[in-house]
Design a protein around this ligand. Structure first.
Ligand SMILES: [Zn+2]
Length: 517
């Protein structure tokens, strides 16, 4: 009996100490919901400025610069503190598209649906000529084409079969998907070597070196996925000895465009019948000289724990063929709205945040998380004593970068301790479908550099909607594909997470360091 009573008391103490730290701040949650969910929300308007007015926001481009100026002015007008840019470098080459058209003239006229790849140079005015399929299996095949590509358009890809959409393109996670995530076990570190194909790399280098010497009018590939007018386009390939990156200083790049799968396949089918295909094209683009790029930082000052910080952010840059709405105008608009909601909450409740709340809008994410990596290295490197001190004062980093879908929970990145805390915080939003915690890792975006230096860094689980099959890096990534209620829900929940992280006595639990595991 005494033993049972003891256990009961211990459990009681354990729960009450958890509650003392992590009681829900209901008054604040009510204010956040009031401003975040419904007519008072500004998330769609913020998104429209980021996309319709200032999109696209390719890293290094004048468009991104204009969007940054707008965001700085907007954050200042709301009363955010310490709004400033932090430079990262090197980034040597901006790019802006000024005009593009492409037509087929033979065997019939048709308007070709295509987009220049980012950092493609201009063609010499309107150029026209026949298309040639470059069939290269090894380096010796290249000799078949030497001296024959000038004045031609080179097709690089094979035919890709298209099948019809029998299922709707957009979806939400169902209870089975979420249960599977919730039941996931602790992630194990992945082996480093991913079977890198060196011979393919060497062959590609040889192909691009030859193309750069032969100087065809342009190189054309097809959208690697998508159809029905949706084209997925990213950056051009450089022909340099050192790298394939087109934004590097003096990188040699020839004109390149991505063609819709249907039009590309048609050209290849015509060639297979020995029917010549003649096309014309004009690309007008300009490189803009840059030396560095900028992350945008803004704060809400803390009070008794002001030297500690809660960071929330998203990448502000995008690809170039649409306006970067779901990738990542959505995340950027949600994080800006989160800041605005927190300001409202502070104003209406009269309660000050304990820790400093810091919004970060990153750039260079699409080229390799350049902005956030640089920021973390500069401020929070855990191998240097000065920055390790600052690292220990980061309570958490929250990121949003998986499209327009509402939040269904959190990827814990293997941080079990944080899960216990989040369970409590999510209970305030059980009516908004955000209930799932998974130990699973998710990758590919700006929480990774934080996780890499053992700062609790999280990306939220979001409904997929049509992100991966329609909008992510495509010409259809436009404002129209944002879902208002979903972005409102995300901003409200993230604002609550940031607030609760700020007000607890301790920073969030950290994972045991690798050496301690
Ligand atoms: Zn993204």
């Amino acid at each position: 009996m005494a033993k049972q009573l003891f256990i009961f008391l211990m459990l009681f103490i354990a729960f009450s100490s958890l509650n003392a730290q992590d009681t829900l701040h209901q008054q604040m949650i009510n204010i956040l919901k009031d401003h975040g969910m419904g007519e008072k929300s500004e998330v769609m308007e913020i998104a429209s400025w980021i996309t319709d007015v200032h999109g696209p926001r390719l890293t290094g481009s004048p468009g991104l610069e204009r969007a940054l100026v707008w965001a700085e002015e907007t954050l200042n007008s709301w009363g955010m503190s310490n709004v400033h840019r932090e430079a990262w470098a090197p980034f040597d080459r901006g790019w802006e598209l000024q005009h593009f058209e492409m037509h087929a003239h033979s065997p019939q006229y048709w308007t070709v649906l295509a987009y220049p790849k980012a950092w493609s140079p201009s063609t010499k005015g309107t150029v026209s000529g026949e298309v040639v399929y470059l069939k290269v299996n090894d380096e010796s095949d290249l000799e078949n084409y030497r001296g024959k590509l000038k004045g031609k358009f080179v097709l690089m890809d094979t035919i890709r079969d298209v099948s019809e959409w029998m299922d709707p393109p957009a979806s939400r996670y169902d209870s089975e998907d979420l249960l599977e995530m919730a039941n996931a076990t602790m992630p194990t570190p992945r082996p480093r070597n991913r079977n890198y194909n060196l011979s393919r790399f060497t062959l590609n280098r040889a192909i691009w070196k030859m193309l750069n010497e032969e100087k065809p009018h342009a190189v054309l590939d097809r959208s690697y996925k998508g159809d029905l007018g949706t084209i997925f386009v990213s950056g051009a390939v450089a022909s340099g000895e050192e790298s394939f990156r087109p934004y590097e200083k003096d990188a040699a790049v020839i004109p390149q465009a991505t063609v819709s799968v249907e039009h590309y396949n048609r050209m290849l089918r015509l060639l297979s019948k020995n029917v010549p295909v003649k096309i014309s094209m004009e690309i007008k683009a300009r490189y803009t000289p840059v030396k560095e790029q900028y992350n945008l930082i803004a704060e809400i000052p803390g009070s008794d724990l002001a030297d500690e910080v809660v960071i929330f952010g998203a990448h502000f840059d995008s690809w170039h063929t649409a306006t970067g709405a779901t990738d990542n105008g959505a995340g950027s608009a949600v994080m800006m709205e989160t800041a605005r909601l927190l300001l409202k909450g502070i104003e209406e409740s009269g309660i000050k945040p304990r820790r400093t709340l810091r919004l970060a809008l990153w750039t260079g994410e699409e080229q390799g998380l350049f902005g956030s990596r640089h920021y973390v290295k500069e401020h929070f490197d855990d191998t240097k004593p000065e920055t390790l001190q600052k690292n220990k004062k980061v309570a958490a980093y929250y990121n949003l970068d998986n499209g327009t879908g509402k939040i269904r929970g959190v990827y814990l990145q293997g941080n079990e301790g944080a899960g216990t805390v989040f369970r409590q915080w999510l209970s305030a939003f059980s009516d908004l479908d955000a209930n799932t915690l998974t130990l699973r890792n998710t990758g590919g975006t700006d929480h990774l550099p934080f996780d890499g230096v053992n700062i609790p860094g999280f990306q939220f689980i979001q409904d997929p909607i049509a992100y991966f099959n329609r909008t992510h890096h495509s010409n259809m990534d436009n404002w129209d594909h944002l879902i208002e209620e979903d972005l409102q829900q995300a901003a409200t929940i993230i604002a609550s997470f940031v607030w609760h992280t700020s007000q607890r006595d301790e920073i969030l639990p950290r994972k045991p360091r690798r050496s301690e595991q």
